[in-house]
Structure formats: C-alpha cells, structure tokens
Write a protein that binds this ligand. Structure first.
Ligand SMILES: *[C@@H]1O[C@H](CO)[C@@H](O)[C@H](O)[C@H]1NC(C)=O
Ligand SMILES: *[C@@H]1O[C@H](CO)[C@@H](O)[C@H](O)[C@H]1NC(C)=O
Length: 497
C-alpha cells in the first residue's frame, strides 16, 4: 500500500495555515494582483497596503509591549492570547458533533464547512472527530494534526467550539442515544436552517456522520463563504511538530534555489483504482486489475484504460508528466519535490522524469530518518508535511485533480495567486501521443502545450457554476473567489461598424 492518505480518490483530500502569515498574505495578495491591475488601481491598493501594514506594525508593537508583561501562549512565537478577539456572546441552540470523513484534505475542507454551519445556526461545535477507519487507517486525532487550542480561540468571536460535551450530554454520548445523520451533500444554508437546526433544537445534541462536500459551492451567503476561508486559511494550522518539520523541509529546499512541488498521483492504489494502464506491462496490468477486484468498495471494476485516458480522466503517468513539464519550459535544474506516497514501480517509471529533471527529491531524501520516524505510521501527518511544502513552493503541479490538488490550488490562489499549473489532461494525452508518434516535433509540441495552459496557471478566474451539477462545477475550495481580490471586468468589446 502506498501509505499515503487520499481517501476515496473521487472525493476531496486534506491540509493548513496560520495567522502568523497574515501580513505576508496581505502583502503577497497585493504584490500579485499588481501585475494584473491597471496603474490607477495599483496606486489605490498600494496606499491601502501601506496603511494596513502600518496599522499592523503599530498593533504588533503594542502587542509586543503588552507581551513583555504577559506570558506567551504555548507555541514559541505564536500569537499572544490577548490578540484573539473577544468571545461572541449568543444563545446556543444546542450541540453539534461531527465525524469528518476521507483523507486529510477532504477532512480539512469539511471541518471548515462544519464551522461555518455551526456559526450559521448558532450552535456549539464539538471539535470534529477525524476519520480513523478510512483506507489509510490513520489513528491521528484532531490535535495530532491541527493546533486545537488555536482553532478554538481564533474562532471564538464567531462560534463556540469545545473539546468535549458537557457532563449531562456525555452520558447520552456514552449510551449512544443521540440522533445521527449524514447531511445531504452540496446543501445550501436553508437546509441547515430548516432541516438540521430543528433536530438540534429537539434533541439538544446532533451528530453529523459525514463532512465532505456538505455545502454547495455557490448560492451561499457571502459571510458564510468568508468564514469558510477564515477557518481554512487562518484558524486551521497544523500542530507544532508538523509545522516545524514542514518548515525545515521548506528551508532545506530554499537553500538550493527554487522548487516545484509535484503531486504525482501514481501510487499503486491510485493506478489500480483508476484502471489506467498506460505504460504498464501485461504483468503489471494483471497485478493492478487483481488489486482493483480485491477492494470491494471500489465500485468500478471494468475500465477501458485507453478510452478513459483519451477522455482526459486518467492520472498522468510519470512519463507524460516529464514531457509536459519540459514542454512548458520548466527549468531542468529546478528542484522537483515529489509530494506523494511510493510511486508504482518507481525505479522504472521515474527514469524519464529523473533524466529531464535530475534534482528529484522527496521528504525522505531531504531529512534524516529520525526526523520522519514520529510521522511514519500516520499517513495524514505525512500528507500534512507535503501540504506545508506545497503551499510554499514556487510552482505547484498536480497530476490528478484530487482533494489535495484542489485544496492546495485554492490556498495558493488565496496566498496571492502563486503559480499553480492546472494540467489539461485531455489536451496533454493528445499532444503526447502525437509527439511520440512523431506527428509533431518538440517545438510544435511545446508551443501547443504552452498555449493550452496559458490560462491554467492559478491566475484569477471566475469559478465555473453549473446549476444542479455541483460535482461538475469548479469546487469552492479550489477557487474561493469570494475571498480573493475582485476580478477585473473585461472591457466591453469594441464594435466597429
Ligand atoms: C443567531 O444569532 C444571531 C445573533 O447573534 C441572530 O441574529 C440570528 O437570528 C441567530 N440565528 C439563529 C438561526 O438562531
Ligand atoms: C436551497 O436549496 C433548496 C433545495 O435544494 C432550494 O429549493 C432552494 O431554492 C435553495 N435556496 C437558495 C437560496 O439557493
């Protein structure tokens, strides 16, 4: 098994981020938008930035002075307790228990959604329980992965979050005599107000058994969307050991120049699950097919690999990835950090990628074994380390649009539209086949590849809305547009008579 957590593949994965980067975020957002905006707006924004930075600097100075008199909170240079806004005072309508499901990134997005729901219906949220029974079988709990105290305190001006139920409900919990239900996927807030809230009011305690994709992408009030972002990009930060080791990897990489994070979804389970056999020998296909049939919860058994690949639905192979990166003129000397589990038949399958990009690294090659030992048996924590690196990279490239790819894409947009290449797999396989059959030369191949990806670099774009088909539209978490600087309207086309 790959030992890498990505839960159900067709769903969404996991992740991080902290207030301590607030200034940086604001600055980067502006820095980035600069390129895209007109001069006039630049000036306007610049004034705002300077003002914001000045205010922050003053606030920081004040906090420092006060901090000298007060003990600091647990994590070294983390925020002072006094810097959290005061608690919101409201009448709680009851208690909400949540079981998050899926891999790390899927749970992450789900947790953010649940906070937004709890706030909307004025209930008290119990720190969500993480999935221990999924494919990856990671026993990590919320506080093993996230900084739970920071999570609670930094959101206290919006919603009450507690670590465990009050005594009178603990008995109910122990006896299991409480109401449990999976909320309907992709619901809007009126569902939570009119269907979920009445049950909480009736039973005092309600348990939601699923958290993935439970809020629609669109048609959600602005303040709810903003809170979803605030939770994801500010309140949810990784537990200190993860954060620290993640930073260490980023530092090591940074010392050697720019780096690209490659989320290469080519672990054996992924290849078997997808049924995409491109580049595999007959013997490998047999082995992969057997694995697919052995997993009862993988519903699709008969898969036409060629057809699926041509439709752009397969995870990219390492060979296709190497060609694509080359065609996109990625510097061959850049460090390529592979954020993934064990690549299927790695030695053979990574050969062309290594030939094109000799600085191929992963956390195991950058860190001594002893650093990774505490994380080894915790796939979610290992994925969290990769998340930290993915957020910080100069370029991010994911070969399959799973949860990690999408949540990281959204996070990088939020951090100022950091370069995130979103591969057009249908175009890529068509071009790769043409190139391999020598129907086009490398120059033509490269030109078409670049043209096809011009608008797929994580730049500001509108989130695609398809009413009634939430799975087919752009995922809120891959493009949290409501939380990003407004997109410039295209000037109306000039009509010449
Ligand atoms: C939640 O509380 C706010 C006041 O803080 C109130 O305006 C709102 O109507 C309440 N909503 C529900 C569903 O209780
Ligand atoms: C919310 O969802 C319900 C049920 O799907 C639908 O009837 C309603 O129009 C939606 N409301 C909004 C504001 O989108």
């Amino acid at each position: 098994m790959s030992g890498y957590k990505d839960s159900k593949f067709d769903e969404k994965e996991f992740d991080k981020m902290g207030l301590k980067y607030l200034e940086k975020i604001k600055f980067e957002k502006l820095k980035c938008s600069r390129a895209a905006r007109r001069m006039a707006q630049i000036t306007k924004w610049a004034i705002r930035v300077v003002t914001v930075l000045l205010i922050l600097a003053c606030a920081w100075q004040l906090a420092e002075i006060r901090g000298a008199l007060k003990p600091r909170v647990a994590h070294g240079q983390r925020l002072l307790s006094s810097s959290f806004a005061p608690e919101r005072v409201y009448k709680s309508n009851g208690y909400l228990m949540v079981s998050s499901n899926g891999g790390l990134n899927q749970m992450r997005a789900g947790i953010c959604d649940m906070v937004a729901i709890a706030r909307y219906i004025n209930v008290t949220l119990i720190v969500p329980e993480l999935d221990r029974t999924s494919f990856w079988n990671d026993q990590s709990q919320f506080n093993d992965i996230f900084d739970v105290d920071y999570f609670i305190k930094s959101l206290r001006d919006e919603v009450r979050i507690i670590k465990e139920l009050p005594p009178h409900l603990k008995k109910v919990e122990e006896m299991g005599t409480y109401f449990s239900m999976p909320p309907v996927s992709w619901s809007n807030m009126s569902y939570y107000l009119h269907t979920v809230l009445p049950r909480i009011e009736e039973y005092e305690l309600l348990h939601l058994t699923k958290s993935d994709a439970r809020i629609a992408n669109n048609g959600i009030p602005l303040e709810v969307q903003k809170l979803r972002c605030r939770v994801n990009y500010n309140a949810l930060r990784f537990a200190n050991p993860i954060e620290k080791l993640g930073r260490k990897i980023v530092e090591i990489l940074g010392q050697n120049g720019p780096f690209l994070v490659l989320h290469l979804r080519y672990e054996m389970d992924m290849v078997a699950f997808s049924g995409c056999n491109e580049g595999c020998t007959d013997k490998e296909v047999e082995e992969l097919t057997k694995m697919r049939y052995d997993y009862p919860w993988w519903k699709e058994k008969v898969i036409d690999s060629t057809k699926k690949r041509k439709a752009g639905l397969c995870p990219m192979t390492p060979e296709e990835t190497a060609l694509t990166l080359k065609a996109l003129d990625i510097d061959p000397n850049i460090q390529v950090y592979i954020a993934a589990g064990d690549i299927y038949n790695a030695e053979k399958r990574l050969a062309s990628l290594r030939a094109a990009f000799p600085n191929l690294v992963k956390k195991e090659t950058l860190l001594p074994d002893s650093d990774l030992l505490p994380f080894k048996d915790h796939s979610s924590q290992m994925a969290a380390l990769d998340y930290v690196v993915s957020i910080e990279s100069d370029i991010f490239f994911a070969t399959y649009p799973g949860n990690m790819a999408q949540v990281v894409e959204g996070h990088r947009r939020f951090l100022g539209f950091k370069k995130t290449i979103i591969p057009d797999r249908k175009l890529i396989v068509a071009l790769v086949d043409k190139y391999n059959q020598r129907k086009i030369n490398f120059n033509e191949f490269s030109k078409l590849m670049k043209k096809g990806h011009e608008a797929r670099m994580g730049n500001p774009v509108r989130r695609l809305v398809i009413p009634g088909k939430p799975k087919e539209e752009d995922y809120f978490w891959s493009n949290p547009q409501e939380c990003l600087p407004p997109i410039e309207e295209e000037p109306p086309p000039t009509i010449s008579l």
